[in-house]
Write a protein that binds this ligand. Structure first.
Ligand SMILES: Cc1ncc(COP(=O)(O)O)c(C=O)c1O
Length: 379
């Protein structure tokens, strides 16, 4: 038996193999002849405390669709974290709105509610909370701020399937939430995504945008939406369906692993683990992350640490870059005057560990702290 079931994700399962075989023999490649996409849209939102779901071809377009469904227009502003994956600022640009960046909290890497308060203006249409690099945002406080100012709250849960805040799953706090089923995600079919909500009109709008203007009953939508084709295929949905029930047990194992790693890593001078808001009951698991503080870089650089961890069989990765320094977004954002010290520090000092490692046995998990300590002792 392997020490780490990480070379294949998701781990081999009879149900998934059977799902492939069934599609191949039935010829039901798309949702017009099969029922897997419909089933996924019924089951996945319920697993995240929401009523409705629209499956789409990836998480990146899911954000575009969510913003369009909310009616975000070129004259509007959208508040988003300065430390983030590429997709969100790109989506705000796609709908022609102005992205307004806000720093993240140093302890947690999620959007800082005090900073959000400061940046809300009469043009703000939405605030987006991203659960990134292992952390869940302070959802009740952000919801309160959004309500007070009459703006929408959107959750980006691309990295946070199964996370729980104050008794409710992530994705159920915002007006709309998006998930990704990309290749490295906690549930995957290679490429895929889902928008979930409990608001029926928002659901219909997302559905119409995704399904060439049609509503779930096949009628043309009454909102004047010219829809696109952003649909997921039956094959993708078939592969995802068995993963809904696997998510719970994997999430529990990963949460235990995160607690163990936090304990071991916090014993090492210069390594700082992230902290969660008190109401977080289960964090985002896609990348367990910690700070490799700059004083350690004098011994060896973060990239060298990542390379050494990889050589020891630990799937380590650098942090995300902020929109201001992402080369793909330079033209759009390089001239933004604001400074975001916490986002910058995260970009330079965070090390992430891929979620597959979190399903390893205890002795294997402990290799992370041991490998760091041994390497620091050598240099
Ligand atoms: C936070 C976040 N949002 C959105 C996405 C986009 O998802 P996709 O890769 O399915 O387009 C990702 C992908 O990694 C992500 O990490």
């Amino acid at each position: 038996m392997r020490d780490r079931p990480d070379s294949i994700w998701p781990p081999k399962s009879k149900e998934i193999e059977q799902a492939f075989a069934e599609i191949y023999s039935s010829g039901d490649w798309w949702k017009y002849t099969g029922d897997r996409v419909r089933k996924l849209e019924q089951q996945f939102p319920g697993s995240h405390d929401c009523r409705f779901g629209v499956s789409v071809c990836n998480g990146s377009v899911a954000i575009d669709i969510a913003l369009k469904a909310l009616g975000v227009k070129p004259e509007d502003e959208v508040i988003l974290p300065a430390y983030d994956f590429y997709s969100l600022p790109k989506s705000v640009l796609n709908v022609g709105a102005t992205p307004v960046f806000v720093d993240v909290t140093a302890a947690n890497l999620s959007i800082d509610k005090e900073e959000v308060q400061k940046k809300i203006s009469s043009r703000t249409r939405a605030v987006v909370a991203v659960h990134i690099s292992g952390s869940v945002a302070e959802l009740d406080a952000l919801k309160e701020v959004a309500k007070e100012h009459n703006v929408c709250l959107v959750e980006d849960c691309a990295q946070a399937h199964g996370a729980i805040y104050n008794g409710k799953k992530v994705g159920s706090w915002g007006d709309l939430a998006i998930f990704s089923f990309g290749g490295v995600k906690l549930m995957t079919c290679g490429q895929g995504g889902m928008i979930i909500t409990s608001d029926e009109e928002l659901y219909e709008r997302c559905y119409a945008i995704t399904n060439r203007g049609h509503l779930p009953d096949g009628k043309v939508n009454r909102y004047g939406i010219i829809g696109e084709n952003y649909q997921m295929s039956e094959l993708q949905a078939a592969v995802l369906l068995p993963q809904i029930s696997l998510l719970e047990s994997y999430s529990e194992k990963r949460e235990e692993a995160c607690a163990l790693l936090d304990g071991e890593l916090s014993e090492i001078d210069g390594i700082e683990v992230l902290s969660q808001f008190p109401k977080t009951q289960r964090r985002a698991h896609m990348r367990y992350s910690f700070y490799y503080r700059s004083q350690l870089s004098r011994k060896f650089r973060r990239q060298q640490l990542i390379d050494r961890l990889k050589r020891a069989g630990i799937p380590a990765l650098p942090a995300y870059s902020s929109a201001k320094s992402d080369p793909r977004l330079q033209r759009a954002f390089a001239d933004q005057g604001d400074d975001f010290p916490n986002s910058k520090a995260a970009e330079q000092e965070i090390v992430g560990i891929d979620h597959t490692f979190l399903l390893s046995k205890r002795q294997v998990l402990s290799r992370l702290a041991k490998t760091i300590e041994e390497n620091l002792a050598k240099n």
